[in-house]
Design a binder for this molecule. Sequence first.
Ligand SMILES: *[C@@H]1O[C@H](CO)[C@@H](O)[C@H](O)[C@H]1NC(C)=O
Ligand SMILES: *[C@@H]1O[C@H](CO)[C@@H](O)[C@H](O)[C@H]1NC(C)=O
Ligand SMILES: *[C@@H]1O[C@H](CO)[C@@H](O)[C@H](O)[C@H]1NC(C)=O
Ligand SMILES: *[C@@H]1O[C@H](CO)[C@@H](O)[C@H](O)[C@H]1NC(C)=O
Ligand SMILES: *[C@@H]1O[C@H](CO)[C@@H](O)[C@H](O)[C@H]1NC(C)=O
Length: 410
Amino acid sequence: MLPPTPLSLLCAILLCLPLAVIFTFTAPSATNSGGAATSPLPITTTPPPTNSTTKTIQETTSLSPRKTLVQPKFKNLTAAPPPPPPPPPPPSISAEDEADDRTLFKLASRVDPAPKPVKKLAFMFLTTAALPFAPLWELYFSRAAAARYNVYVHADPGGNYTPPFGGVFANRVIPSKPTRRHSPTLIAAARRLLAHALLHDEANAVFALLSPSCVPLRSFNYTYRVLTRSRRSFIEILRDEPGAWERWAARGAAAMLPEVEFGDFRIGSQFWAVKRRHARVIVSDTVLWSKFKLPCLRDDTCYPEEHYFPTLLSTVDPRGCTPCTLTHVDWRGSRGGHPRTYVAGEVGPELIRALRKGRPRYGDERERSDGSNSSVVVRRRRDPFLFARKFSPGALHRLINISSDVIFRD
Ligand SMILES: *[C@@H]1O[C@H](CO)[C@@H](O)[C@H](O)[C@H]1NC(C)=O
Ligand SMILES: *[C@@H]1O[C@H](CO)[C@@H](O)[C@H](O)[C@H]1NC(C)=O
Ligand SMILES: *[C@@H]1O[C@H](CO)[C@@H](O)[C@H](O)[C@H]1NC(C)=O
Ligand SMILES: *[C@@H]1O[C@H](CO)[C@@H](O)[C@H](O)[C@H]1NC(C)=O
Ligand SMILES: *[C@@H]1O[C@H](CO)[C@@H](O)[C@H](O)[C@H]1NC(C)=O
């Protein structure tokens, strides 16, 4: 044996380098699947922490089957295991607020589930700031018969409402409580809107939840026809989405049991349009709420408002739901957990037409057991998008410019 020369050592190192690289990149996935033993889902990596300081509350509103699920390319194998999660934060809803809600919801749960004619649409805005598209909505409602709609606003008392709510929004703010992203306060706020709308007008037939960054894609009359003619609620109900396990276990490994089993846990856009009978179901619920109101151990898997409503309605009345949202959103190229936001320069007739052309994403309706082949039924559906998000406030003037010729022309 020759003693190793510097040259042969160098060659050996160079030869081994590719192997070492391959090993470094493949080994972590082995650890991942090992970690998967505790989880029924293949994806066990935790999503990157979201930067809460950069999120405004309007973002409360964003869905994100896609946003939390970026898998790191590799892990540091020698790194120490992550520290145990911090103790659960205090409840996000105070005992008094919870008691107020209970009284309100109890009252609302006694309403007649069938709407009185002539049916009305309830437009429910969930906000923490002045509504940037109020002038566009003003035009929208100016083409509606006043007897066909009601407007309700849940406005976090901590928000800045300059300019104040005027026009169709004047005096439409319901008694509102603080809301915070990554917390069940968003569920509670939506339920308050439903409860007030149920109690306020027995003609309210369909209840649509909207965010400040939502805009209409169609005229009022078109939207009215679509929503009142459907016998079903429109609510996205997806199952087996990546990351579902982490979201289900966000309050602790078995915290949701026994009320909400993992197999019943669903995800969907926060923006739905539900029929009156389902609005009543939602305000009457105490069972699922007892679990969903628990604070999460960490924020980055905590989107209760994207789970509570689809889980509840898919449990109670899957056949009464068309499992999609009619609020268009674009998650392609999303940044930091935000969906694409259209700025003024992008807004024109082409954008509106392109958004209208989209086909909603339909959930799997495997739950349906009425004998029909539901996957075929859903595959043939092509419900029209009625709203879209997110638009930056600066896009208002462009939207108004094309409103009568494009947006309100169907
Ligand atoms: C969050 O974003 C802010 C503003 O961009 C930045 O100053 C801060 O360092 C970020 N925090 C983290 C944890 O990334
Ligand atoms: C991996 O983790 C160990 C132990 O925490 C640390 O000393 C090392 O610097 C880390 N390496 C990299 C590349 O982060
Ligand atoms: C919308 O529908 C109502 C009731 O059918 C009708 O009176 C009104 O003219 C319609 N508005 C427009 C702009 O078509
Ligand atoms: C329903 O239709 C789909 C698509 O044609 C097919 O793949 C599936 O097997 C059918 N399911 C049943 C239960 O017939
Ligand atoms: C929209 O903008 C164009 C170009 O700036 C202008 O010519 C047109 O009159 C505007 N239309 C309306 C309805 O404001």
